[in-house]
Design a binder for this molecule. Sequence first.
Ligand SMILES: [Cu+2]
Length: 648
Amino acid sequence: MAFSNVHRLLLPIAFLSSISLSLAATVTYDFEIGWVTANPDGKADRPVIGINGQWPVPAMEVTLGDRVIVNVLNSLGNQSTSLHFHGLFMNGSTHMDGPVQVSQCPIAPGSRFTYDFVVNQPGTYWYHSHNKGQYPDGLRGAFIVHDPENPYKDQFDEEVVITVSDWYHDEMPGLITFFMSKENPGGAEPVPQSALFNDTKELKVAFQPGKTYFVRMVNIGAFAGQHVWFEGHNMTIVEVDGVYTHPAEASLIYLSAAQRCSFLITAKNETGANYPFVASMDTTLFDSFPEDLDYNVTGWLVYDGALPLPEAALLDEFDVFDDMTLQPFDDEPLFGEPDQTVTLSVIMANLNDGGNYAFFDNITYTAAKVPTLYTVLSSGDLATNPEVYGEYTHPFVLEKDQIVDIVVNNIDPGRHPFHLHGHNFQALWRSEEEAGLFEESNVTSASFPAIPMRRDTLVLYPDGNIVLRFKADNPGVWLFHCHIEWHVISGLAATFVEAPLALQQSLGGKIPQDHLDNCAALSIPTTGNAAANTADLLDLSGQPSPPKPLPEGFTARGIVALTFSIVTGLLGVGVIVWYGLAGDEGRPGAQGVGVGGEKGEKGDETYTCSRTAPVARHLERTTGRLIDGTTMNSSQNIMRVLYPKRTL
Ligand SMILES: [Cu+2]
């Protein structure tokens, strides 16, 4: 990063509660966001979103306690933008959190917007655009909070930051248009072309014999989870998502989109060889396996630059470290029984525009006319009534300091990394794959760990369930959403409105003028309910809404039941068909698993696809066959993945 763009201002501050003199800094970043051309995988020049004329964008680095000011100028010309600082609680500054139409308006082309917040959490974070699926076009980077009191400070010599990401050759707007179109009724997410370490395929990390490194790894990708391992070196995990953990040994970790993991790696004592390290995409997420998919990226621990960089050995299987076994370093015990439990089921289904949408229960997220925070601030006593936020922001109003459980049931055969803004959650439970609904399991609170792992993004397994718990001690408007960017676009999000009356007291009349100016520039209203109605806050007519549901009287709730039963039933049939047709997996000619059709027998395209597509997707993930009837060829090297199983 150019020196001119960041200024550190050291301010001595005497704290009344302390006799010592502390140093808190104000770190100022001036970010002009604009288009540049890049070619990180060496295969395709493309426009990417850079900062101050550069891409990759800079890592932001601050120290615990610093105030951070980010002055943004949007010079994209053709797109609005925003910045979210992933994992930071934004306590007292929910209006700086970044999601568009949640806590701010988009930053209009040509406009300025300032983020201003204090960082009171140590660890590994990242920042990214939170506007219209924009960040995979390049606007994402690491955000590191250094900690003079890092409990592991005496156990390492140097810090290393490594981002891992998937990479697309095409720009998001076009990909999104196709993804949500009726030409893609099964909701197949665009598959990336490449994997990158630090936005390159040629990352070399200098290692000196005998030293120990604190490696901060961040998955800044859009879609793919990544399996990561280092040849010849073990990882000692010490932090996930900004939470220090007791040390845990791992040979291979899985990092979903948005997750972070820090680990200590001790260098060898000799310099006779260099060692590859690898990130390998979770290809089970993909609905197809395009020819141009290069799903591995290799980097190297370089002990001697004169020696060769060996090729990475391929693994037969991934033995994934189970993050549910981690314990936070502070040993924070399980919170008490919940005051409120929010149960959400993940469903993919079609609406009558033919597009494939993602639902929590019967709601696919659709942004309100007024940013939800601004509705909080302009709805008086009615701010505690979820109706004012509109049906399609899927709002839940929380009271200050409530204990809240989120139960997520996955009625989809995909893996989903769920992220909560404004909090870490205690991860109380994660079922194995195919476990069905949490309510129908025999798991009780007695099964929850006494000291649960905490993080801000947790992976939910296919057709499984998770239970998260957090304390509503941070007044704000916070999204809960899948961090696969495609699923944010298709609506897999809900809104927590936490302590709205407290928010009115702390932020009422204090939204900065530059924030409001961006709303004005884009003609976005800043008062009233989700429909921008200021006269009658309970009249939501005109609120933004998704396309109409399917015809023939089927409700989304009905689809839940039907999909679930049909998945179960057809899986059985499908497996029989598969055995009958296929012989051994991958045999040429064993094509067309029978339920992968895109047009239904009833002649009603949307009606039928909503039911067959999940089944087909499930089958192809189970059998290795693709939805277009082709099979993965043997050179594509389908690896066996061992995900941790948890049983009572
Ligand atoms: Cu998802």
